[in-house]
Design a protein around this ligand. Structure first.
Ligand code: GLU
Length: 446
């Protein structure tokens, strides 16, 4: 099979636009994976990707589905369905999170796995893309039930994961404790002498069990470093910026806190599954994070006013951070958004139709695979520390993260200039070119 000429030449800094992107026909997809493929095909068209590679990258390499029994606290047994999708590993081990949610389904996980391939490539990590999940509602399970689900799932996956093969991490509904249970289960199924050199079978662990300092804040911090790069590029002073955040979990709350504490920006509106709140004078992001941890959501927070969902979406702010589920920015709410820039802390929060509307309205976008890459970047640091038997200081982790984000951001800007395209198209193209180059060099076996 001829795989030559799969990629376009690497873009040079500040060169003139190569092509003006052809207008895109936009439709609202009902399936997240179809949207992920449409985004990929857009980049493939713009880079004139060779058909063989287009076919390879249009589908995941492996789709693993496991059905397994879990013993509940009341003595009954329930069946759970778990997924692990391994999209691509040309650049390195499959890498990506595990999601516990009643909404988890095959096409969602396939889309998320593909985005991990592009995210890792864009951040220049030696990783491919994978994603997994279990279709359960973790809020309805006791701690011991959650532990049994996690351990049994890990056991069911068997050799489909491994420290040098496929490395899960936290995502929605999972956390550092979930990863420690997975690591411990995995370690107990392998030879004695290999146990302690296998900690990197998962990342995002607690620090006591081999995690990295700074991994908990990493996704939100990466989002902020992207915003900081944009601010420098556009001469914007973040001290005078207002921020709205959708989703106040790990990503949203850390992003808001770091923007406030380190850059002087002001949080003015927040929405989560319990409601929407706003305060033009500012909401203390640290205090709100404490409140949410105790009360389970932003509703009822005393130092802000409750607002309708419609008011939240039209709130005046400079920076909008969607950090909840996919497909939150739609053709319904996008036309009325008043922010200057959107930084996608979540994966796939914007539908393609909304994306087009926002572009037409001159709202800038830092797309998910760039804006939320901080998590997997520090996962790479954790993996490296485990492999080398090292522990890095927090300032080292933050410094290295900042540099990687700044580099990725710059590569995207160069790609934007080179192709004369949007920042979303440029992220896909830069990532695709990296993967395509590896295929070009290695060829297809045999
Ligand atoms: N789940 C996160 C993401 O979507 C982190 C993945 C990882 O650290 O491997 O990027």
């Amino acid at each position: 099979m001829d795989t030559s000429a799969t990629s376009s030449p690497a873009p040079e800094a500040a060169d003139t636009p190569m092509t003006k992107a052809a207008p895109i026909e936009v439709k609202e997809f009902e399936n997240l994976y179809e949207m992920a493929v449409a985004q990929f095909e857009r980049a493939a068209d713009m880079t004139d990707l060779n058909p063989a590679l287009r076919a390879i990258l249009s589908q995941p390499k492996n789709e693993i589905i496991v059905n397994f029994p879990v013993r509940m606290d009341d003595g009954s047994t329930t069946m759970a369905k778990g997924y692990r999708i391994q999209h691509n590993n040309i650049l390195g081990c499959y890498k990506g999170g595990l999601r516990f949610s009643p909404l988890v389904h095959l096409d969602e996980v396939k889309a998320l796995a593909a985005w991990m391939t592009w995210k890792c490539a864009l951040a220049d990590l030696p990783f491919g893309g994978g994603k997994g999940g279990i279709q359960i509602d973790p809020t309805q399970l006791s701690r011991s039930e959650l532990e049994r689900v996690t351990r049994r799932f890990t056991h069911a996956l068997g050799n489909n994961i491994g420290p040098d093969y496929d490395i899960p991490a936290p995502d929605m509904g999972t956390n550092a404790q979930t990863m420690v249970w997975m690591m411990d289960t995995y370690m107990n199924t392998i030879a004695y002498a290999s146990k302690n050199v296998s900690r990197h079978v998962v990342t995002g662990k607690t620090v006591a069990s081999g995690g990295s300092l700074g991994r908990d804040e990493a996704t939100g911090r990466g989002t902020v470093y992207n915003i900081a790069s944009w601010a420098v590029e556009n001469g914007v002073d973040l001290q005078h910026c207002t921020v709205a955040v959708q989703g106040f979990g790990n990503v949203g709350s850390y992003a808001a806190r770091i923007l406030q504490d380190e850059y002087g920006a002001k949080l003015v509106a927040v929405q989560d599954h319990t409601g929407s709140i706003g305060n033009k004078k500012g909401i203390d992001a640290n205090e709100l994070a404490g409140y949410v941890e105790q009360d389970g959501g932003v509703k009822g927070y005393g130092k802000a006013d409750e607002m309708s969902a419609a008011d939240f979406w039209t709130a005046e702010c400079d920076i909008f951070i969607p950090a909840a589920l996919e497909w939150q920015l739609t053709s319904d709410n996008a036309p009325n958004m008043k922010c200057r820039i959107i930084a996608e802390g979540a994966n796939g929060p914007t539908t393609m139709a909304a994306d087009k509307i926002l572009t037409e309205n001159g709202i800038e976008m830092i797309p998910d695979i760039l804006a939320n890459a901080g998590g997997v970047i520090v996962s790479f640091f954790e993996w490296t520390q485990n492999r080398r038997g090292e522990t890095w200081y927090l300032d080292e982790v933050r410094h290295k993260l900042k540099r990687r984000i700044a580099d990725a951001y710059d590569r995207v800007t160069q790609t934007m200039n080179h192709y004369g395209c949007t920042r979303r198209e440029a992220t896909s193209i830069a990532a695709l070119n990296r993967v395509a180059q590896a295929y070009d060099e290695r060829g297809i076996f045999p």
